[in-house]
Design a binder for this molecule. Sequence first.
Ligand code: C5P
Length: 240
Amino acid sequence: MKKSHDYIIFPLDVPDYDQAMKYVSLLKDHVGLFKVGLELFISQGPVILKAIYETAGSKIFLDLKLHDIPATMNRAFLAASTFYPEFVTVHCDAGDGFLKEVADNNPGNTKILAVTLLTSLNRANLLRLGYKEKYTEDLSSLVLLRARLAKETGCQGVVCSGHEVEMIKAELGKDYIAVTPGIRPAWSLVEGDDQKRVVTPRIAVEKGADYIVIGRPIRDASDPSDAAKMVAEEIEAGIE
Ligand code: C5P
């Protein structure tokens, strides 16, 4: 049975092995998954995945946002799956051919999550990249189009904002996994915060998020495990 802390994905947004493993040891009983992104993976390599697996089991969210030709994607995904991550992320941008190739050759239990549209891209950026106005005027229609494509080609879910979860669940079904970043509990204050369209942990799970990515409010707290417990309590209230 999924517990409230299992909803929490803690990003290991730190530059080195020692700092990453400090948080893994401290938080392994208080969060559901540890997210390894490009910074940590490029600086430490697969060694960090092995160390997390040995300390916390397969609580790994490998956020590499893979994006290449199908054959390369497929081989990268197979290599990643040997470290038993629970999830690996891929970009929808690479097209359905590649998504299908990866999904069809998935050897084990690792689930594939698609990144629909980077939240750093706004309407003007997308127009410059050649997107149709029909989609740049309504970014949620682009997110939905891509989430549907990812589902049709065998991905198990998407990464989406807390403002899109309800739409995705309504259109694609409650079993289609939604992972939501941009989470800020009411009590947290992140200095110079770059997350603009945030939601609280409780609202995210009420809207249907299966996992929330929450980093700085936990990492920068005076007691990170206490902060993670407070987030789990909020989640508990949202899933009751
Ligand atoms: O909670 P905090 O803002 O510290 O979380 C930052 C993490 O969330 C980073 O690892 C980042 O990659 C991830 N993320 C994000 N915004 C998105 C998608 C992912 O901040 N739209």
